[in-house]
Design a protein around this ligand. Structure first.
Ligand SMILES: C[S@@+](CC[C@H](N)C(=O)[O-])C[C@H]1O[C@@H](n2cnc3c(N)ncnc32)[C@H](O)[C@@H]1O
Length: 268
């Protein structure tokens, strides 16, 4: 259930959720989002932007499959989930076990509005919240009354931390979630990176997101790696998403992102 209404949806400014939807070939975006993406495409190249989005989405799919099929995870908290598209977390998780529970969280109210029909079943929830205030998610009864934090939960932060500034303490945000996670829990993170990205391309990404509802922050690989503090990275570690347990999903290969999965470390 959700209490979101279309009146909360920002119409005059681009949002990351709708821009991403456009880049993936979805239908849930407005003129202002298409205009922002047009700026991105002009600066960076349309193929590169769309490939980056698809590479990230393929990574998400392989991560959820790995966690559900190989690690036995049956509970997912997908933070910055984006608009429902093809191969969503709950659909992949339910292939392993129809009883898997998924909570989607996104700052953009359009996610709850558009997800309502698709997710109308008892094992999936959508919550509109801002991960920069972790307690608003972790103390929400729709989250902690639905997921059992006494058992393993995978928290997914896929392509969302590049919308969190250093002042907003990204490591502290991860820590707040980690502190609630039981042994055997996981985190997955992917992130746009400056490593291997030319200065003009970096400027192009920033120009594309100028004026969006959340600011963009590109990070170095070392800074992304620090977000995994308190977790042990599973093989193959923090890598380009197309290299993370590659399958036959036809992932594009850009050098725009890093991605990895970590398991809550045992206490020393
Ligand atoms: C690029 S999309 C990624 C969607 C999905 N995780 C994926 O990888 O396919 C980033 C999403 O993060 C959401 N987002 C950005 N800042 C957020 C915040 N502070 N709290 C929650 N969601 C946020 C945006 O609204 C957007 O839907």
């Amino acid at each position: 259930m959700t209490t979101e209404s279309t009146s909360n949806i920002p119409l005059g400014v681009p949002t990351a959720a709708r821009m991403y939807d456009e880049a993936l070939g979805g239908k849930d975006h407005f003129e202002v989002d298409r205009a922002a993406n047009a700026r991105l495409y002009k600066a960076i190249g349309e193929d590169r932007v769309r490939s980056t989005a698809m590479e990230n989405r393929r990574f998400l799919g392989r991560v959820v499959r790995y966690l559900s099929e190989e690690c036995g995870i049956r509970q997912f908290l997908d933070v910055g989930s984006g608009l429902p598209t093809a191969s969503n977390t709950h659909q992949i998780a339910k292939e392993a076990d129809p009883g898997s529970r998924v909570v989607y969280v996104d700052i953009d109210p359009i996610v709850a509005v558009h997800g309502r029909a698709l997710l109308a079943d008892d094992s999936t929830r959508i919550v509109t919240a801002d991960m920069r205030r972790p307690e608003t998610i972790l103390d929400d009864e729709r989250v902690n009354g639905f997921l059992d934090f006494g058992r393993p939960v995978a928290v997914l932060f896929v392509a969302v931390f590049h919308f969190v500034t250093p002042e907003e303490d990204p490591a502290g945000i991860v820590a707040a979630f980690r502190e609630r996670q039981a042994p055997g829990s996981y985190v997955a993170i992917s992130h746009l990176t400056t490593d291997g990205m030319s200065e003009p391309e970096q400027q192009g990404w920033y120009a594309g997101f100028a004026g969006a509802t959340v600011p963009l922050v590109l990070r170095k690989e070392a800074d992304i790696r620090r977000l995994f503090h308190g977790y042990d990275l599973v093989e193959p570690g923090l890598v380009r998403p197309y290299d993370w347990r590659p399958g036959d999903d036809g992932s594009p290969r850009t050098s725009s992102l890093f991605g990895g999965v970590g398991r809550v470390s045992h206490p020393a």
